[in-house]
Design a protein around this ligand. Structure first.
Ligand SMILES: NC(=O)c1ccc[n+]([C@@H]2O[C@H](COP(=O)([O-])OP(=O)(O)OC[C@H]3O[C@@H](n4cnc5c(N)ncnc54)[C@H](OP(=O)(O)O)[C@@H]3O)[C@@H](O)[C@H]2O)c1
Length: 161
């Protein structure tokens, strides 16, 4: 099932604070764009609300329990739709947030995890922990902070054993 999860977490697993990302990491955003461009991206309604605009060049799919939800630039989806597209071989990227990562982890085949080398005090949203009996680290690349990055970061790719 080619469902990819992608997130950036701090050294304690924090991914969000007050409905937003707790950092500005330009290099990570560039990586996010390179990996997701041309694919459908699946997100929870709260992550959708954190975006300034729909992600261009990607089909923006939003999970919400509100059947009347409708916004320009996005489509409401369901777990069933995501599973069925993924089962038919399409690569979809799950882009957050915390509730949706937890919900989709058991269906994922690949995880693109960025570890941002900081600890955010007061992070209110966390990524799920990766069980070493289920997930194996395929690649890991430490990148020193570049122009537009607040912190050093490590790009990791995990696959299901
Ligand atoms: N660091 C990163 O990589 C990263 C990435 C993305 C987001 N974030 C951060 O994460 C935070 C948002 O995460 P979050 O956990 O609060 O919210 P979220 O996962 O983005 O969205 C939660 C919403 O998804 C909907 N939902 C949940 N389960 C569902 C189901 N089974 N079926 C249909 N809809 C379902 C519900 O929407 P309704 O309430 O409308 O029903 C729920 O309120 C923000 O701070 C954001 O900046 C960080």
């Amino acid at each position: 099932m080619p469902l990819h999860l992608i997130w950036a977490e701090d050294e304690a697993g924090g991914i969000g604070q007050d409905g937003d990302l707790p950092w500005r990491q330009r290099t990570d955003l560039q990586r996010f764009k390179a990996l997701t461009l041309g694919h459908a991206v699946v997100m929870g309604r709260r992550t959708w609300e954190s975006l300034p605009f729909p992600l261009p060049g990607r089909e923006n799919l939003v999970l919400t329990r509100d059947p009347s939800w409708s916004e320009d630039g996005a489509q409401r989806t369901t777990m069933k739709d995501v599973e069925s597209r993924s089962d038919s071989g399409e690569v979809l990227f799950v882009i957050g947030g915390g509730e949706i990562y937890a919900l989709m982890l058991s269906d994922a085949s690949v995880i693109h995890r960025t570890v941002v080398h900081t600890i955010v005090r007061g992070a209110d949203t966390h990524a799920p922990a990766l069980d070493p009996e289920v997930w194996t680290l395929e690649s890991s690349e430490m990148i020193a902070a570049q122009n537009g990055d607040q912190h050093d970061q490590t790009f990791e790719q995990w696959t299901r054993l």
